[in-house]
Design a protein around this ligand. Structure first.
Ligand code: NAD
Ligand code: UDP
Length: 311
């Protein structure tokens, strides 16, 4: 199969490209390198099955492919709020361009949606039937509403044009190749702990997140793409829920760090709690995460230790 991965030079995309190449697939990695990096895919460039294409998904593209994973979109709040209008364009026009391509070449297409479609949820844990609690005019709206509209487009292309879609809603995922400066909590805390800088907790640290290790997530992607039972949406994430303060303490312990914890202002619209209900993923994909927070953090810390040494 020839598989297109948009956003393939990013954190999740590079792991997905690697996994698909290991399976013997041909991979076209499309990326505009906004938050992704050549370094993430440099080890794949010598593989004859791999091709890198620098392109912005806001512009249409013609390719011959059998299958598409649409991951192109900045994912960290700092990056998606840097140019919010561009974020909306990437999600919405990117979805239209990818769906148009899928329609033309009859490719199956999977959308990397997000737990952010649930906003600041008043249902806990979040099930796929929940419609969400999103502020449409807030700082996160460019990402949340962009991703919600992309889901709308996926289901309309499916109903109107019989495009063969899959939609997954990804909950906070971490691991090697996260951008060290992208402001996401796991990479921020690890980098701060390793450098001996203060650990910056936003708010009182009682807000919760559920952290999934990247290898587990990529396994979920592939299973979702390959099964015929559901088009989704299906939640993918690790149901083990932690407060941000618990995460900070765990990172400090695993890094043997003497960094101090400091408290800063909570950004607007920051969700108070988040935990995926993965009943559907278990039922349709036979999937659940196998890597717990402790061992996932150990692998991620080892990666950042090396990265900081080299820089
Ligand atoms: P990332 O920022 O590392 O990767 C996104 C990639 O998309 C980058 O390589 C970036 O350069 C590329 N990109 C951005 N705009 C583009 C454009 N206009 N045209 C072409 N390429 C473009 O983030 P990630 O964590 O790897 O996230 C990948 C996908 O998964 C995103 O769609 C994100 O919304 C989704 N997601 C991730 C998480 C998570 O916890 N990591 C959670 C929910 C959803
Ligand atoms: N957060 C924090 N300190 C940081 C970065 C993030 O306390 O240095 C908090 C943030 O306010 C949020 C949680 O950690 O409550 C997860 O943030 P992240 O940006 O990783 O993901 P998201 O909010 O999109 O789930």
């Amino acid at each position: 199969m020839r598989i297109l991965v948009t956003g393939g030079a990013g954190f999740l995309g590079s792991h997905l490209c690697e996994r698909l190449l290991k399976e013997g697939q041909e991979v076209i990695c499309l990326d505009n390198l906004f938050t992704g990096a050549r370094e993430n895919i440099s080890h794949l460039l010598s593989n004859p099955g791999f091709e890198f294409l620098r392109h912005d998904i806001v512009d249409p593209i013609k390719l011959e492919v059998d299958c598409i994973y649409n991951l192109a979109c900045p994912a960290s709040p700092i990056h998606y709020q840097y140019n919010p209008i561009k974020t909306v364009k990437t999600s919405v026009m990117g979805a239209i361009n990818c769906l148009g391509l899928a329609k033309r070449v009859k490719a199956r297409i999977m959308q990397a949606s997000t737990s952010e479609v649930y906003g600041d949820p008043d249902m806990h844990p979040q099930q796929e039937t929940y419609w969400g609690n999103v502020n449409p005019i807030g700082l996160r709206a460019c990402y949340d509403e962009g991703k919600r509209c992309a889901e709308t487009l996926f289901f309309d292309y499916h109903r109107e044009n019989s495009v063969d879609i899959r939609v997954v809603r990804i909950f906070n995922t971490y691991g090697p190749r996260m951008h060290p400066q992208d402001g996401r909590v796991v990479s921020n805390f690890i980098v701060q702990a390793l450098r001996g800088d203060d650990i910056t907790i936003y708010g009182d640290g009682r807000q919760t997140r559920s952290f999934c290790y990247v290898d587990d997530l990529v396994e979920g992607f592939v299973r979702m793409m390959e099964q015929e039972k559901t088009v989704g949406p299906v939640n993918l994430g690790n149901p083990d829920e932690f407060t941000i303060l618990e995460l900070a303490e765990k990172v400090l312990e695993l890094c043997s760090s003497r960094s101090r914890i400091t408290y800063m202002e909570l950004p607007g619209d920051d969700p108070k709690q988040r935990q995926p209900d993965i009943t559907l993923a278990r039922k349709y994909l036979g999937w659940e995460p196998v890597c717990n927070l402790q061992s996932g953090l150990q692998k991620t810390i080892a990666y950042f230790r090396e990265k900081l040494k080299a820089s």
